[in-house]
Design a protein around this ligand. Structure first.
Ligand SMILES: CC(C)(COP(=O)(O)OP(=O)(O)OC[C@H]1O[C@@H](n2cnc3c(N)ncnc32)[C@H](O)[C@@H]1OP(=O)(O)O)[C@@H](O)C(=O)NCCC(=O)NCCS
Length: 133
């Protein structure tokens, strides 16, 4: 029996850091969206609040967790919500939640990915830099 993914709604009162529609060139050999494409977009989305908090450049130091809960299809409208969950002396940890709206099918919204990444504020020599207050 085919298991249907539980339907979701977009998080209320929050703006996505990024919204994008994957193209056929972003698909894997089976025609679904390649996980590496999603990982790249998650890294970009997570870096946006990190750069704002750091008031300057950051580098991704760690991908702490990454869960692909449901597939993403070519033509979905994919929304990435990014929230800072922790800051340290130089580091910023961001949670990214990803939702796909099945534009070419039922229009349903499905949560597809959850990830947590850590960024480090860096200086002009690419060395860790203390976060501004
Ligand atoms: C990011 C970078 C500048 C950090 O320099 P570093 O000397 O390794 O960093 P440090 O050991 O001083 O740690 C810096 C911060 O990162 C945190 N950190 C380091 N490794 C971590 C890990 N595995 N997970 C979570 N946080 C980590 C430290 O706890 C510290 O945070 P704090 O200052 O808030 O306490 C360096 O590792 C680097 O240039 N890495 C490559 C970055 C890159 O190219 N990213 C893209 C890859 S495709």
């Amino acid at each position: 029996m085919t298991q249907l993914a539980p339907l979701s709604t977009l998080p209320e009162g929050k703006n996505p850091a990024l919204r994008v529609v994957p193209m056929p060139a972003d698909a894997n050999v089976h025609g679904d969206v390649f996980g590496g494409w999603i990982m790249a977009q998650v890294d970009i989305a997570g870096s946006i609040p990190a750069v704002e908090r750091a008031q300057g450049r950051v580098a991704t130091v760690a991908v702490n967790s990454f869960l692909f809960k449901n597939p993403v299809f070519v033509g979905d409208l994919v929304s990435f919500y990014a929230d800072i969950v922790k800051t340290g002396r130089t580091s910023i940890t961001v949670s990214v939640e990803v939702y796909a709206q099945r534009m070419r099918h039922s229009n349903a919204i499905v949560k597809v990915t959850e990830a947590t990444l850590t960024y480090v504020a860096t200086d002009e020599n690419r060395l860790p830099r203390e976060l501004p207050v």
